[in-house]
Design a protein around this ligand. Structure first.
Ligand SMILES: [Zn+2]
Ligand SMILES: [Zn+2]
Length: 259
């Protein structure tokens, strides 16, 4: 199996040491793509690794099953800088995320001034806009990120409630053969049944690829719940891939069942 979403000490919200990651990869025969945060926008300097340090540290360690990626924060504040950054560096994998709505944090103030419908629509509209503006990502991370921190009584993102916007996002990804991530960070017993409708819909709209990632921020989280992700992909007839030199690599079923 391949864990395509792992944060190391190069992300301010992770304490994972590279040595621990290498050990885990060996012990569990797990392929890993390192995807540390890189955000554009004001006040986000700490979510931006030192590029020289990143590549000087990671490139000598890079091999077939330990690849170098980035989780890029998508926004429309500095699209030219963002595109130039992606062109400048030879990442194996670019994972696109929406953690803010441009510079507006998804915090208490935001949620207290928006209903769930308003907040989620704003988030998804912004995601669609950013995905249209930045075509060069390989996979779109945690499409329902906003539901992680929303304080509403039922924060889950229902497909039927936001189907128009989700369909537009899924169609755009499918047209570009961009993957849709299965993010297992907050996986729970109902994960499979709750998420199958999203991934089935992605398939119906022409989607082919999914990337599967734990979104680990500590050593114990690496590889966590990946099996659920591979089962979900198989159930929805989507191909799990990882990216090497920005090209999709298929994860064979024998590898899927290794754990
Ligand atoms: Zn993220
Ligand atoms: Zn992440």
């Amino acid at each position: 199996m391949f864990d395509t979403h792992v944060h190391t000490r190069f992300s301010p919200d992770s304490n994972l040491k590279i040595g621990e990651l290498i050990q885990k990869s060996k012990d569990e025969k797990l392929g890993i793509i390192i995807t540390d945060h890189y955000e554009f926008g004001s006040g986000k300097d700490c979510f931006r690794f030192n590029e020289k340090d990143y590549f000087d540290t990671l490139l000598p360690l890079r091999h077939e099953r330990l690849l170098t990626g980035v989780e890029i924060g998508l926004n429309t504040l500095q699209p030219e800088n963002l595109l130039a950054f992606l062109q400048k560096h030879s990442f194996d994998y670019v994972l696109g995320s929406i953690h803010t709505i441009n510079d507006q944090a998804l915090d208490q103030h935001f949620f207290s001034t928006h209903t769930k419908q308003e907040a989620y629509e704003k988030y998804l509209k912004h995601a669609l806009f950013c995905l249209q503006a930045v075509p060069s990502i390989n996979s779109f991370a945690h499409f329902d990120f906003i539901s992680r921190y929303a304080p509403y009584p039922d924060p889950a993102m229902e497909y039927r409630q936001f189907s128009d916007l989700l369909d537009e996002i899924f169609k755009l990804l499918a047209e570009r053969e961009t993957a849709l991530e299965i993010n297992l960070r907050y996986s729970h017993p109902q994960y499979f049944s709750e998420y199958q409708k999203f991934y089935q819909r992605f398939k119906e709209l022409g989607g082919k690829y999914v990337t599967i990632g734990s979104d680990a921020h500590s050593p114990g989280q690496i590889g966590r719940n990946l099996k659920t992700g591979y089962e979900l992909a198989a159930y929805c007839s989507l191909s799990p891939v990882y990216f090497k030199e920005r090209s999709p690599q298929f994860v064979h079923s024998a590898q899927c069942c290794a754990r």
